[in-house]
Design a protein around this ligand. Sequence first.
Ligand code: VAH
Length: 313
Amino acid sequence: RILIIGAGGQLGTVLTNQLKEWYGEDQVIASDLRNNGSFTGHFELIDATDYQRIEEVVQQYQVEEIYHLAAILSANGEKNPLGTWDMNMKTLFNVLEVSRLNGVKKVFYPSSIAVFGSEVVKQNTPQASFLNPSTVYGMSKAAGENWAQYYFQKYGLDVRSLRYPGVIGYQSLPGGGTTDYAVDIFHRAVEGTHYTCFLEADTTLPMIYMEDAIRATIALMQAPAESIKTRMSYNLAGMSFSPKEIAAVIQKTYPDFTISYAPDFRQQIASSWPQSIDDSPARSDWGWKPMYDLESMAADMIKQLKKEYILFE
Ligand code: VAH
C-alpha cells in the first residue's frame, strides 16, 4: 500500500488521485492534518510531527511506499524561521525513521529549486551545484536531501527526490509559496479582469505544469533502482517565464485582462532563485521529458478553470 502524507496540499491532491489511477483506490491511503472532505477511499488523520501516529498507520495498512508531501513552503516559512525548520525537519525524520524500522520499501521526498542560492549560475543551473539557500524552506530542503542520501547509504532505504520548480495546476491551490502568483493570475484572468502581482514584471522563474510534475514523480518512483544516480535530488524543469510573459499569453485569450506589480517580501526570495534549470541528469537517467510549455500550459489552465467558474455564472 502507498501512504501520502500531506494529501490535501497542492501536489498531494493531484498525486493522490493519480496514484489511485495507477494502483487502484484500495492501494492508496491519503492523510493530512484534517480531512477537507474531498477524499474518497482510505483517509487517515496524520499530524506528521507525531511519530507514533505515522507508525500506527504504516503498520495498520502494511504501507510499502510513502510520499512525504507535508512542508511549510518558502514564503510562509520566512514568517516563522525556527518553527519552519522544526516542522520541515521533524516530519522528514519521522518519515525516514518509520520507514527504516517498518520495512517501507520506497520514500518520495520533494525538494525544490529553492535549494539554490547566490552561488549558482542563474541560467541552466546544474544539478551538482554549491547549495547556499537564502530561505529556511530552502535550507530545510537542502538538509533534507542530505538526510535522504544518508538513509540510502547507511540503511539502504530507497529514498528518491525531485527539485520541483514552481508547480502550476488548476486542481488545487498552492499554499505559502513564492511561485503561487503563476496560479493566482489564471484565477484572476478567468473570473475577473485584473491581477496585482507580488513579483516584479521581469522576474523569470522555473515552472512546471502539474501534469508534468506528477508524471515525473511517478516515473522517478517506478524507475529501476539502478537507474537512480543521485540520492540527493534530481533537478526538474518544465518551462521558465516572467509575470510579464505569462500575462501577455493570457491577454491573447482575454484582451481586457490587465496586470499591475506590487512586489512584496517574496521578490527577494524569487530573486535568489535560478531563472532556468538544467535537468539533463533526469532526462538521461530515467527518461524525463516535459510535455507542456508556456502556451500549452496556459491554454489548458484557462480551459479547465473556465469550467469551474462557469458553474458560478
Ligand atoms: C515555493 N512553490 O514557492 C514552492 C516551490 C520553487 C517553488 O518550492 O515555495
